[in-house]
Design a protein around this ligand. Sequence first.
Ligand SMILES: Cc1ncc(COP(=O)(O)O)c(C=O)c1O
Length: 471
Amino acid sequence: MMDTQEFKRWGHFLVDMIADYYDNIENFPVKSQVKPGDIISKLSVSAPKESDDFKSIIEDFNNFIMPGITHWQSPHFHAYFPANASFPSILAEFLCSAIGAQCMVWETSPAAAELEEQMTIWMRKFVGISDNFHGVIQDTASTATLVAMLCAREKYSNFSINKSGFSHSKFRIYCSKEAHSSIDKAVKIAGFGIENLVKISTDENFSLIAEELEKHIISDLKNGLIPLAVVAALGTTGSTAIDPINNIYEICQKYNIWLHIDAALAGTALILDEYSELRNQVNNADSLVFNPHKWMFTNFDCTLYYVKDKDTLINTFSILPEYLKTSNDDKVNNYRDWGIQLGRRFRALKLWFVLRSFGTNEIKRRIKLHIDLAKDFAEKVCNDTNFELLAPTHFNTVCFRFAPKGFNGNIDALNESILKNINDSGKIYITHTKLNGKYTIRFVVGQTNTEPIHIDYAYELIKEECYRHFK
Ligand SMILES: Cc1ncc(COP(=O)(O)O)c(C=O)c1O
């Protein structure tokens, strides 16, 4: 077994190994090139009875595991949305594992609870949103949206569903057709039934059409249904579309509906003054979620959930069995009551390390750089008549396809094969979506260390692969 001397030896070794990994990360194929079953076939069929030496564990990690890793931290990663990490955040995670605290209540680690409280305040100020919001760190945006739906349900029902279960009332939840699947999941889990999630049509920019929303609400009311919550998107996953939050807010006010904003990725952009108008709009919401683990250099997982009505949040989730009662319960935040799970990781530490180690100016500089690079990329796409830009570039995501003049074949199939060839090359990694039924390549700029040189490289690579078909 590993003693402290061995731990030191391998700890130092691993820090060197990690630093070398980052120095050489661009040499790895960004998307793992293994086939299904390749990794499991290399693993022994059961756990060893006796201790393996750590050297052989590391060797197997390098030989068996690394080939099956997709390198999310490569500056050539332009797929999905980022889950970007950084050195201060990695070191915080290291300390977190060492402390190994389970931070369910204040007393089980007062520093974790109080740092979490302070980090939600720092972040609220950094993002520039109203101090009427109370924050808590959750694991993911999916959880935070579920929490919002449960709060809306309990507020509306005066906590009767928590107590007695559903009666026959049919609650209705609304979001745009472009909204994230985590809303579907939340609606199912919260017991509303997926048939009661109303997907509202979007306009040419993939933003929810507010008039359509109101029409559905009126019709639902006529049919005896209960409009409960709207989830507005600030940055959809497909194209980073922005729903008309002001109009949606007016509708929510008129019909007494909970407004939750899903800004999972784009919440980070609110730190920039260019987006101050969006900040003002967000301030009207009942709740808001965004993920520093996506685009703020903080390792997965770290989600900020802000809610105005803290009492409803706590009344929805609070459970106090005898064994969890402490003498300080009335003086402190016991975050087990602010969400779903009892046990909690010490997530605030990495946020603290990131905010202090980068400083807010450097975080702003990098986020602005990512947005500028995405906009430059979009401009290049627009300037080439054989490409089509398929959605506005509001933040760091460019949606486009190759549609060469005079091409009579299947454009979807063409773009699908371009994407596959690029990803199989291992040089960069991009993914796709469908917008208006069109196969769309999404190019995202968001990895912590992405610089202009990486974007130039990616653009040339994509162009070369596209035109290779038409020489
Ligand atoms: C707009 C949006 N909402 C929610 C989510 C879910 O995020 P999480 O993985 O934190 O649950 C995503 C993930 O990409 C997203 O893009």
